[in-house]
Design a protein around this ligand. Structure first.
Ligand SMILES: [Zn+2]
Length: 198
């Protein structure tokens, strides 16, 4: 598994956890134009602890994978679910740069095959290594809060929309034994209590 190690400077300042705590993968997209923009965003210190917001892994459009946070560190990537999860970020423009503009809520960039096959390989690598890793979900399912649109306070837009409707859940779910606990679960005949298909 080819993963470039490029830990964030504040990685050692993030809370420690046991690998046995990890039971969930959260899929994100960066909603930024490229990996460099994502890195700048990830490096920003936002908390008194000297840390900021980032995923554990980043996958570029060409399938290149980088790890920015250790598995035994809690990254800040999803409100309320950081302690037990791994954040995987896919480089994708999303709504950039008008995230909260009411006329700019449709995602148009699809996820290239190379990026998705790298994601599937990474998921397999992680499930082999982490015995309690069982579930997967999109960020959009874990954070359904709405915010006022930047151009019209009377209109609400989704705070988080990633990975969004263009993310190929079907392909990903067909290639993993993880169970989808989000709203997409019903599409795959695999539920929380089902045995994964071979
Ligand atoms: Zn996200």
């Amino acid at each position: 598994m080819n993963i470039l190690q490029r830990k964030l400077a504040y990685n050692p300042l993030l809370s420690k956890r046991s690998l046995a705590d990890i039971n969930l993968i959260v899929i994100h997209c960066t909603e930024l134009p490229d990996l460099n923009h994502a890195r700048e965003f990830g490096e920003k210190v936002l908390y008194d602890s000297g840390t900021g917001n980032s995923g554990h892994f980043y996958i570029d459009r060409d399938g290149h994978i980088e790890q920015w946070v250790s598995l035994e560190r809690v990254a800040h990537h999803v409100q309320g679910h950081n302690q037990n999860s791994i954040g995987i970020e896919l480089v994708n423009t999303g709504r950039y740069p008008n995230w909260y503009h009411s006329d700019h809520q449709n995602l148009t960039e699809s996820y290239p095959d190379k990026q998705i096959s790298a994601l599937i390989k990474l998921i397999k690598h992680l499930t082999n290594r982490l015995p309690n890793l069982k579930h997967i979900v999109g960020h959009d399912d874990l954070d359904q809060r709405m915010v006022p649109a930047e151009n019209n306070q009377a209109v609400s837009v989704s705070r988080k929309i990633d990975p969004g409707p263009l993310f190929p859940w079907q392909t990903v779910m067909q290639n993993t034994h993880l169970i989808n606990i989000g709203s997409h679960a019903q599409n795959y005949g695999k539920r929380r209590n089902d045995k994964p298909k071979k």
